[in-house]
Each structure stands twice: as structure tokens, then as C-alpha cells.
Design a protein around this ligand. Structure first.
Ligand SMILES: NC(=O)c1ccc[n+]([C@@H]2O[C@H](COP(=O)([O-])OP(=O)(O)OC[C@H]3O[C@@H](n4cnc5c(N)ncnc54)[C@H](O)[C@@H]3O)[C@@H](O)[C@H]2O)c1
Length: 320
């Protein structure tokens, strides 16, 4: 299969992630069917795609004509068979449950042509296990988008034990054509790349608060204004090589034994969950949310991501 042969895509699931995935595949030039189980769900999904495109047009990431062209390529459907019957790629973004996803993929193999690539947006279920009941596991991979998918550029592509290199190469090429940045995970591992790396930071962050070294505010301040601020242009391995590996070794020799080594969920986290401090939705987690506005914080995050995308787009567009 050639990249140019991937023309029709179907996206299953109209929750937080599905609409942004449909938008992405339409950006790659595909006509996309967004499947929801009910007319209300399909409509909600299409409205979310429209809202995402409007945000990107308002933020000058997309021109109005491009936005309209992308929307024209996406339709909704409640008929799974019709949505996937001639699809070259089907991406599911339904409930995070192994059996539910496996059952869906088995069903899809019966409905789709043999050539169809099947992908899952799972947050961490192993690609190999998801593909276990499949007849054609070589055409299956995980494509893990980041939330919000119309603003975050990364898609991790996870190779299962039987995924072919051709499948990986096609997905990388397609997602790059959509303007995404791809990272391939060569061997199936729980949490893929980003979720593992983030959890390393989360483990240490909670431990520092739990042991009384700093407040959640100060840990967040350190992350947002320290290493987090330069991450978009300064990766870990760039940093290590710039610092000099002998210096890195000297630091690790005394630092690593000091870091949190817990292999179970954090004590503080368990205590908070047991006492009902579940986070913003109940008014208290690590922060007291009675004086904080989550909606405003999310808005600021999305505006920041939009500005970043706009700057990226300017950089990638050659000037005349
Ligand atoms: N939300 C995130 O930040 C995020 C990020 C990356 C990956 N993911 C993964 O993406 C997937 C979807 O997550 P979400 O946050 O969009 O979930 P969500 O609950 O917002 O949406 C799930 C959608 O799937 C539908 N659905 C559920 N079971 C179904 C089934 N059996 N058949 C068809 N449709 C079904 C629901 O009606 C809903 O529209 C999950 O696997 C999740 O782990 C989520």
C-alpha cells in the first residue's frame, strides 16, 4: 500500500478525542467518517470538530478556506458497516477497555477490506494484546494522540509484536502529512513514551510534596518556569549532550539514589482518594479549588498551545 492510497478514514468514538482525530485525518487529505452509536453522539462529534476548526481559524493556524475544506471532508454516521466498508484506515477512540476494544477490532476485520489499517488511540493498553484476536495483526498499530488532539502535535505510534514496518511507515507518513510530529515506539511497552516520561515526573513531584520539601504551587512553578519552559526546543538528549556526559554522570552518581523509587502508587495519593479529595471536580485535590478556576486555566493552556501552533506554522511555511 502507498501513502497516496490512504484516502478514506473512519474514526470511531465521539468523546474527548475522536473529533480531533477526525480533524487530523482530514488534514492529511482523507475523507473521514466519524462514527457515533447514536445520532446525538454523531452530531456532538461533528459539532466538536467544527468548534476545533473555528478555534484554529480564529487563532490563524488555518485559513478560512482551508478550515471549510477540512470540514467538508468529514461526515458523521451511526452505521458502523457503512462507515468502514471502504476505509483505508480505521482509528478507534472508544472506552479504555481491552475486551471492548478487541471485540470492536474483530468486528472491524469482518467489515473492512483486507487492506485496511486498524489503529487504537489507547492511552496505555499493549498493542500486541489489542491485536491478539486479529487475523491481520500486521496491519494493526496504536496511534496515541495527545489531548486536545487538534492542538497537541505529538502522535506516538506503537509497534505491536506483529505490526509490519510497512504499517508503521505508512502511519508516520500520513500523520506527518497532517502536520503532526510522530514518535515511534519500536517495542510494545505500557504507557508508551510520553505517559511513562510524565509519570516519572509525577512520581517525584508527589513525593516532594508528600515529604514536605515543597508545596504543590512551588513544584508547579519549578516545572513551568524551569525545565518545562525550554522543552519545546530543548529535548532531554540535546540537554545531556550539551551539558557533557561526564558532568551528567557525576550528577547521577549522587542524585539517583536520592530520587523516589516507589513501585506502588503514592501514599498521599491513596489517602486523598480515600478521603474524597479527588481534585478539581470536587473542589479539593492537591490544590484547594474553591479559589481557582479550572476553566480559565484550561483556556490559558489552549491559548498557549494555539500560539505555539501558529508560530510553528509560520516557521514551516516558506516565505515568497
Ligand atoms: N482523554 C484523553 O486525554 C485521552 C488522551 C489520549 C488517549 N485517550 C484514549 O482515547 C480513548 C477515548 O478517550 P476519550 O477521552 O475520548 O473518551 P470519552 O469517554 O470522552 O469518549 C469515548 C467515546 O466512545 C464511545 N464509546 C464507548 N464505548 C463504545 C463502544 N463499545 N463502541 C462505540 N463507541 C463507544 C462513547 O460513547 C464516547 O463517544 C480511550 O482509549 C482513552 O484512553 C484519551
Amino acid at each position: 500500500m502507498q501513502l497516496t492510497e490512504i484516502r478514506k478514514a473512519a474514526v470511531l468514538g465521539t468523546g474527548q478525542m475522536g473529533p480531533g482525530i477526525a480533524y487530523t485525518l482530514a488534514c492529511a487529505g482523507c475523507t473521514v467518517t466519524l462514527f457515533g452509536r447514536t445520532p446525538e453522539s454523531a452530531d456532538r462529534g461533528l459539532r466538536a470538530v467544527t468548534a476545533a476548526v473555528e478555534t484554529l481559524v480564529r487563532g490563524e493556524v488555518l485559513g478560512p478556506t482551508d478550515g471549510a475544506d477540512i470540514l467538508a471532508r468529514i461526515t458523521g454516521s451511526t452505521d458502523l458497516g457503512a462507515a468502514v466498508v471502504d476505509a483505508d484506515l480505521v482509528t478507534e477512540s472508544i472506552a479504555e477497555d481491552l475486551r471492548t476494544k478487541q471485540d470492536l477490532f474483530v468486528r472491524l476485520e469482518g467489515l473492512c477490506p483486507a487492506r485496511t489499517l486498524l489503529t487504537s488511540n489507547t492511552s496505555g493498553l499493549p498493542a500486541t494484546q489489542l491485536a491478539r484476536p486479529l487475523q491481520r495483526p500486521e496491519r494493526f498499530a496504536v496511534t496515541h494522540y495527545w489531548n486536545p488532539p487538534h492542538l497537541m502535535q505529538l502522535v506516538e505510534i506503537v509497534k505491536g509484536e506483529h505490526t509490519s514496518q510497512e504499517t508503521i511507515d505508512l502511519l508516520v507518513a500520513l500523520l506527518r502529512r497532517a502536520g503532526k510530529q510522530t514518535a515511534v515506539v519500536k517495542k510494545d511497552i505500557p504507557g508508551q513514551l510520553g505517559v511513562r516520561l510524565f509519570n516519572g515526573v509525577i512520581r517525584e513531584a508527589i513525593w516532594l510534596v508528600q515529604e514536605g520539601y515543597a508545596t504543590p504551587e512551588d513544584v508547579d512553578t519549578a516545572i513551568k518556569n524551569g525545565f518545562g519552559l525550554r522543552f519545546p526546543v530543548w529535548g532531554v538528549f540535546e540537554h545531556l549532550d550539551a551539558q557533557g556526559l561526564d558532568t551528567v554522570l557525576a550528577i547521577q552518581s549522587y542524585m539517583f539514589k536520592e530520587l523516589c523509587h516507589d513501585t506502588d502508587a503514592a501514599r498521599t495519593l491513596k489517602d486523598k482518594v480515600a478521603s474524597g479529595e479527588l481534585g478539581a471536580r470536587v473542589g479539593r485535590g492537591f490544590y484547594d479549588w474553591s479559589h481557582r478556576d479550572l476553566t480559565a486555566i484550561k483556556k490559558r493552556r489552549d491559548e498557549f498551545l494555539l500560539e505555539h501552533l501558529k508560530a510553528q506554522r509560520r516557521k514551516d511555511t516558506p516565505t515568497a
